[in-house]
Design a protein around this ligand. Structure first.
Ligand code: ZN
Length: 286
């Protein structure tokens, strides 16, 4: 398992990646139209984003954004002890929380938790099991959920795909009074704000960073693999695949050749890079 820590500096903002786990899945599990031949047609996907068996390397990590004295955790991975339909995610046991602390971020020092969306691998560490009860992992953090996203999943818990995620990882922090429901373009600090990118889920957001003339964006699951920069491949678990495709196409056009550092929420190490022109196409350059 890759448990590396990576850091990026964007002006005065520092972003730290702490990995929970890395899984290798057939590309078609998440991207139904992505054949092995299509993967082989994109040479720059290797070696970082494809393993030796041609599988997608899917990194599950959190990103700690430090801005203006605040510690903002973007997405909280899968979590321990959680019963999940996916074998890769079910009843996980990792030392993620210890390693987050070792990286300089003990749970009680986190000021803000924000989730790009409310899927299982983005909300898990919102809670931890304490004597049989799900309790908030980050007791001093305001948890920011996009209002539309929360209202959708609150009404449609979708247990077949997500298991009991809303009940065990979302509602307990709501019940603890730690949640603020925010708008899709909510500003967290002067340098960090949410940017609406719907389609994967109804209220999906990216996290945009701009400081001292430097720019970055955290993708969330608007894109799962850099191959989607080259081919606009739909994600099979999008709640609205057409909208997801339009959002991704607009994202690539907007951030391509813009100098903006694109930090992939599921991209394996090195995780961040730039979308740049490659003849008539786009490529992801690390
Ligand atoms: Zn995800």
């Amino acid at each position: 398992m890759t448990t590396d820590v990576q850091q990026w500096q964007i002006g005065d903002v520092r972003v730290t990646k702490v990995v929970e786990t890395v899984v290798a899945w057939r590309f078609s599990i998440l991207l139904p139209d992505c054949t092995p031949e299509l993967v082989d047609s994109v040479p720059w996907m290797r070696p970082h984003f494809v393993d030796d068996d041609g599988k997608m390397l899917l990194s599950i990590h959190t990103l700690v954004v430090e801005s203006q004295g605040r510690r903002i955790l973007v997405d909280t991975c899968i979590g321990n002890d959680k019963a999940r339909p996916s074998r890769s995610f079910n009843m996980l046991q990792t030392d993620f929380l210890t390693r987050l602390g070792a990286a300089g971020f003990p749970p009680e020092t986190i000021d803000v938790v924000t989730c790009t969306h409310l899927h299982v691998d983005h909300v898990g560490w919102n809670t931890r099991l304490d004597d049989g009860v799900w309790v908030p992992t980050f007791p001093n953090a305001r948890h920011l959920f996009n209002r539309a996203e929360y209202e959708y999943w609150h009404a449609n818990p979708d247990e077949e795909m997500n298991g009991t995620v809303i009940a065990d990882s979302v509602e307990p922090v709501v019940d603890a009074g730690l949640v603020d429901l925010v708008d899709e373009d909510h500003r967290i600090t002067d340098e960090v704000w949410l940017e609406p990118t719907p389609g994967h889920t109804p209220g999906h957001v990216c996290v945009r960073i701009s400081s001292a003339g430097q720019d970055a964006i955290i993708t969330g699951d608007m894109i799962h693999s850099p191959i989607q920069v080259r081919y606009n491949l739909s994600c099979g678990v999008d709640t609205d695949r057409d909208l997801g495709d339009r959002t991704r196409a607009a994202f690539v056009e907007r951030y391509g050749d813009s100098g903006t550092l694109v930090i992939g929420t599921h991209f394996a190490t090195p995780t961040a890079g730039h979308i740049v022109r490659d003849g008539a196409n786009w490529k992801f350059e690390v």
